[in-house]
Design a protein around this ligand. Structure first.
Ligand SMILES: [Fe+2]
Length: 206
């Protein structure tokens, strides 16, 4: 007689894929596993995971804001901004991955899907349509500012709780790249003449 498995079905080898499966969650969002090997207390890992998830949702939103800007940019600076926005998008992809994997490493659950990110992020939702370059850049700068502010708070809290790994990740892999990116885009909001200096000073007048 053939053996029955846990579901009561006969065990048999088959080349057919078992599709359309669903099951219960193996870990609920907002919880942490034991992860005793980290030598970090559960309340510390819970708090860090929660704050990292906020930073993750905001970074995913900034990442997507860069792609939107890359696609929708217009005007005389189209080419350089099209390339710069995509470079920053790529860097934010790396930042997002580093934050998410830190959350998993701490025993938590990283937020992942767009609807959950949209409910969590603090960054203002832009319209679906296109906006002028100064508005695009202002939105990006506002998002950077929020992330930079949260990075400093989180890095300080992580150090206080003895989670040096999170502190190092936030300072080196999130804060500094965000500072650098915001500098690169903020310089595009400086009103500079392209051909003639605003006030030409002649040598004879000296
Ligand atoms: Fe592209």
């Amino acid at each position: 007689m053939a053996k029955r498995n846990a579901s009561g079905n006969h065990d048999s080898l088959s080349a057919e894929p078992h599709v359309h499966q669903r099951g219960r969650e193996i870990q609920r969002y907002g919880t942490v596993t034991h992860a005793f090997h980290l030598e970090l207390e559960e309340p510390v890992r819970l708090e860090m995971s929660e704050q990292l998830n906020q930073l993750l949702a905001d970074s995913m939103t900034l990442r997507d804001l860069y792609k939107k800007s890359h696609w929708q940019v217009a005007g005389p600076t189209f080419y350089q901004l099209h390339l710069l926005f995509d470079k920053h998008f790529d860097e934010q992809v790396g930042i997002v991955d580093a934050i998410a994997e830190r959350i998993q490493l701490l025993g938590g659950v990283a937020i992942a899907m767009a609807p959950d990110v949209a409910e969590t992020t603090q960054i203002e939702r832009p319209p679906r349509g296109r906006e002028e370059v100064p508005v695009q850049i202002s939105r990006l700068l506002d998002a950077h500012q929020m992330i930079i502010r949260d990075c400093r708070k989180l890095a300080e809290r992580a150090a206080k709780l003895g989670d040096q790994g999170t502190n190092d990740l936030i300072v080196s892999e999130v804060l500094r790249p965000n500072e650098l990116q915001s500098w690169f885009i903020s310089e595009h909001l400086v009103n500079m003449p392209l051909v003639h200096a605003t006030e030409e000073v002649s040598k004879a007048a000296d």
